[in-house]
Design a protein around this ligand. Structure first.
Ligand SMILES: [Zn+2]
Length: 683
C-alpha cells in the first residue's frame, strides 16, 4: 500500500520543516517510504521554531501510563486505549475505551461467538520528545493478540495503528468494535464530516451533519470524523480511510446511555499474514487556549488591486475608516499573484509593501488569500508545472469568465508549492497572514496519483487526507511564526470541523454553506447544530460567522452575540461590542449561555434568549435577543445570587434598531437584540 504523504512532525531540531518533508510515514506500518522522498529539497527550510514546542502549546509529559499536553491528559491505565481522556480536568469518558472482539467459538458453536477478555496491556515508550511521543500498547486474549502503535503530538493530536492477530494460524472473528463510553454530559452535541464528497452533498435534502444528539442516540454509516462534546469541550475521532473495514449495518452507534460503538468489521478470517489492521486518531479539545472574543475581527477583502497600481491614491484613509468600523484583519491579494508578480515586477512588490505598511499603521493585519479554486492551468496565477496529479478527484471545476478553475488536493504537490509560496511571501514580501479559502481542511479525494483514494471490487473510494491537511497547516503555522511578530491564519471550514488541521488556525470561518439559513428558522438547522459547528470555544479556535446575509444584519449580530462570537457586521455593532466587552473586562469573565440551566440575567418571556459575561459582585454584560419572527415584550430578570449583587439594574445599553428598552422593560422586534451592562444599583 502506498504511504500517505505525512511529514514527520518532530520539531526538536532546527531544520525540522525541511526534514519534515523528507520523511513520509505510511499510516499502515509507519514505514518511511521513498514515494515522496525527494520532496524536501525544495521545502521551506528556515521557518522553524528553534527547538521545543511552538507557542501557545507546552511540552508533552509522559507519565507511567499516560500522556499529557496543554489542558489535556490521556490516561491509559491497563488498556490498549485510554481509560480517561481529560480536558480541563473533566473526564470525557464514562469508562475505559476498549476493543470488543467476538470470535467463532471452538469446539462448540454458540449464537453470538465468544467475547475476548483482554490481559492487562503493556505500555512501551519508543520515543519521547517535547513535541512527539510514540509508544505501543499490547494485550492478549484467549484467541488473539492486539497491539496499538500510538503517536501523540504537542497539540493533543494522536494516531493509533491497531493490529489484531490470531494466536492460532487463523481465526474467524464475528465482529470487532471500538467502544468509547462517553460521559453523557459531554455527548450532547455532535458533528461529523459529511459522508459525501462536497460536490455531491445535497444541502437541501441530505441529513445535516451537526446538531444536538437525539435522546435515542445517533446511528451513521462510516464517517471520517465524529466529534462529540458540549459547549466547553469535546472529543473528535477520525480516520482517513475506511479501507479494510466491513461494518455490520451502522458504523457509528451512539446509544441512549451515550456509549459509542464503532463497528470495524463483521465476520472475517484473520491469519498471521492477514491480520486485522486499522488506523484512526483521537483529539480532545479545546486544542489551545481561547483568545479573547474580540481578538480577531476579520472582514472579507477590504482593499485590493486598485491600491497596488503605480499612481493609486493613498490607501491610508480607507484603511483607517475600516479600522474605525472595527476591522483588524482582512486580505488584499492572492498569494499566487503576490509571489509571482512580485518576483518579476519590482513596482508591484513595492506597492504591496507600501499597502502592507499602511495597513499595519492602521492596526490591520493584511493577508494573502489562497483558494481551493485558485489553480488555473490557463489563466491567472498559474503555478509552474501544475498537472492533473495536483487535483482533487473527481475533478471539481468552476467555469468562470476568466477561465476554468480547478480544485487542488492538499494531498498532492499543491501542498509543497503552497508552502514554498507562503514562505517566500512571509520572508520577501513581509506578509503577515494568510486567508485559506479551503486548503486548511481535507476534502474527500480519490486521486491515486498523490496517494488519495483506493479502488476495490466495489468501486472507487474517496479518502479524506486529514494528515496532509495537518502537515500543511502545521508547517504554515511555523512559517507564519518565524518572523518578529506572529502571523494570522484564518481558515475557511464551512461545516468541516477537522481539529487535526484547524488546531493551527488562528480563527475559522464557518457557515458559508448555510448562507441565508438562520438557526431555528430553517427546519433542519438548529441552534444546537450551530453551536456544534460554529461556536469554536469547545475547540479553542475562535470562530467567525462569514457574513454573507447582508439582508439581516441585526439577526446576524444577535446570533453572534448570543454565542460569544464577535459580530462582524462592521456597521457600528462591532465597534460598540468591542468597547462594551473591553470596558467590562469580559475576557476574564465567565460566559453563561442560554443553553445553561441558570442565567444571571434573563427575561420573563422564554421566547427570548440571553447570554452573559458574568463577574460575581461586579455584574454582567448580557445579550438578550429575539430569534423569533414576531415582536416580543418582556421584563429583564436578575438572579441576585449568581450576580452577587443586592440591587442589580441596567447601567448601560447598546441596542439594535429593532429594540426598545426602558428600565428593565424590553420590546424586541424579530431579530432584535440588546446588549446591557448590569451592575449594582442604588440601595
Ligand atoms: Zn487527494
Amino acid at each position: 500500500m502506498q504511504g500517505i504523504g505525512f511529514g514527520d512532525l518532530g520539531l526538536e531540531q532546527a531544520g525540522a520543516v525541511a526534514r519534515a518533508a523528507l520523511i513520509c510515514i505510511s499510516m499502515l506500518g509507519w514505514v518511511a517510504t521513498a514515494a515522496h522522498g525527494d520532496r524536501g529539497r525544495d521545502a521551506p527550510a528556515e521557518a522553524v521554531a528553534a527547538g521545543g514546542v511552538p507557542h501557545p502549546w507546552t511540552p508533552l509529559v509522559v507519565g507511567e501510563r499516560s500522556v499529557s499536553c496543554w489542558n489535556r491528559v490521556y490516561e491509559f491505565a491497563d488498556g490498549l486505549f485510554p481509560a480517561r481522556v481529560e480536558s480541563g480536568g473533566a473526564d470525557l469518558l464514562a469508562g475505559p475505551m476498549r476493543l470488543a472482539v467476538k470470535v467463532d467459538p471452538r469446539p462448540q458453536p454458540t449464537w453470538s461467538g465468544t467475547d475476548q477478555a483482554w490481559s492487562a496491556a503493556s505500555f512501551t515508550v519508543e520515543r519521547s520528545a517535547p513535541d512527539v511521543v510514540e509508544f505501543t500498547t499490547r494485550s492478549t486474549s484467549e484467541a488473539l493478540t492486539a497491539a496499538c502503535r500510538w503517536r501523540f503530538e504537542f497539540d493533543g493530536f494522536s494516531l493509533c495503528e491497531l493490529t489484531v492477530n490470531p494466536k492460532a494460524p487463523s481465526e474467524i472473528v464475528r465482529r470487532i468494535d471500538l467502544v468509547l463510553p462517553m460521559q453523557p454530559r459531554f455527548a450532547r452535541l455532535y458533528h461529523h464530516n459529511p459522508i459525501k464528497p462536497i460536490a455531491q452533498w445535497d444541502l437541501e435534502n441530505d441529513p445535516f451533519n451537526s446538531g444536538g444528539v437525539p435522546a435515542e442516540g445517533l446511528f451513521l454509516p462510516f464517517v471520517n470524523t465524529l466529534w462529540l462534546g458540549d459547549e466547553q469541550r469535546g472529543l473528535q475521532w477520525f480516520a482517513e480511510s475506511d479501507e479494510g473495514l466491513a461494518p455490520l449495518g451502522h458504523f457509528v452507534s451512539l446509544d441512549r446511555e451515550r456509549r459509542l460503538t464503532l463497528n470495524l468489521t463483521g465476520t472475517r478470517r484473520i491469519t498471521g499474514t492477514r491480520p486485522f489492521r486499522f488506523v484512526f486518531g483521537l483529539m480532545a479539545g479545546p486544542v489551545k487556549p481561547m483568545l479573547p472574543t474580540d481578538a480577531v475581527r476579520w472582514a472579507w477583502q477590504i482593499i485590493g488591486d486598485e491600491s497596488l497600481k503605480p499612481d493609486c491614491p493613498d490607501p491610508r484613509p480607507r484603511l483607517e475608516a475600516s479600522a474605525a468600523a472595527g476591522i483588524n484583519s482582512s486580505f488584499a491579494v492572492n498569494i499566487t499573484e503576490l509571489v509571482q508578480r512580485g518576483r518579476r515586477d519590482r513596482e508591484f512588490g513595492r506597492a504591496w509593501k507600501r499597502l502592507n505598511r499602511a495597513a499595519k499603521a492602521a492596526g490591520i493585519t493584511l493577508q494573502a488569500c489562497i483558494s481551493w479554486s485558485t489553480m488555473d492551468p490557463e489563466h491567472r496565477g498559474t503555478p509552474e508545472g501544475i498537472t492533473r496529479d495536483w487535483l482533487m478527484q473527481p475533478e471539481l471545476g468552476m467555469d468562470l469568465e476568466e477561465g476554468l478553475l480547478y480544485y487542488p488536493c492538499v494531498g498532492g504537490d499543491f501542498r509543497e508549492w503552497f508552502l514554498r509560496s507562503a514562505e517566500e511571501a512571509f520572508r520577501d514580501f513581509d506578509l503577515r497572514g494568510v486567508y485559506l479559502d479551503g486548503p486548511g481542511i481535507a476534502v474527500l479525494c480519490s486521486n491515486r496519483a498523490h496517494g488519495c483514494g483506493y479502488e476495490d471490487g466495489r468501486g472507487i473510494h474517496q479518502t479524506l487526507p486529514i494528515l496532509a491537511a495537518r502537515d500543511l497547516m502545521k508547517r504554515l503555522y511555523l512559517i507564519s511564526r518565524a518572523g518578529p511578530e506572529p502571523g494570522l491564519i484564518v481558515a475557511h471550514m464551512s461545516g468541516f470541523v477537522q481539529l487535526p488541521s484547524l488546531s493551527f488556525a488562528d480563527a475559522t470561518l464557518g457557515t458559508e454553506h448555510i448562507a441565508g439559513w438562520y438557526p431555528d428558522q430553517h427546519p433542519r438547522y438548529t441552534l444546537a447544530g450551530f453551536r456544534a459547528e460554529v461556536r469554536g470555544h469547545q475547540h479553542g479556535i475562535p470562530s467567525l460567522w462569514l457574513y454573507k446575509n447582508k439582508d439581516r444584519p441585526t439577526l446576524y449580530a444577535a446570533l453572534s452575540l448570543l454565542h460569544d462570537l464577535v459580530p462582524t457586521t462592521f456597521d457600528g455593532t462591532t465597534a460598540a461590542f468591542t468597547e462594551a466587552y473591553r470596558s467590562f473586562g469580559a475576557s476574564d469573565a465567565r460566559w453563561m449561555g442560554y443553553w445553561e440551566p441558570m442565567w444571571p440575567v434573563g427575561t420573563s418571556d422564554p421566547r427570548l434568549k440571553a447570554g452573559s459575561y458574568l463577574k460575581p459582585g461586579v455584574g454582567a454584560l448580557t445579550t438578550v435577543a429575539n430569534l423569533t419572527q414576531e415582536e416580543v415584550r418582556a421584563e429583564l430578570t436578575f438572579d441576585r445570587a449568581l450576580l452577587n449583587l443586592k440591587a442589580p439594574r441596567v447601567l448601560e445599553v447598546v441596542d439594535s434598531r429593532e429594540t426598545h428598552i426602558e428600565g428593565s422593560a424590553l420590546r424586541l422586534g424579530p431579530g432584535g437584540w440588546v446588549l446591557v451592562r448590569v451592575g449594582e444599583g442604588p440601595e
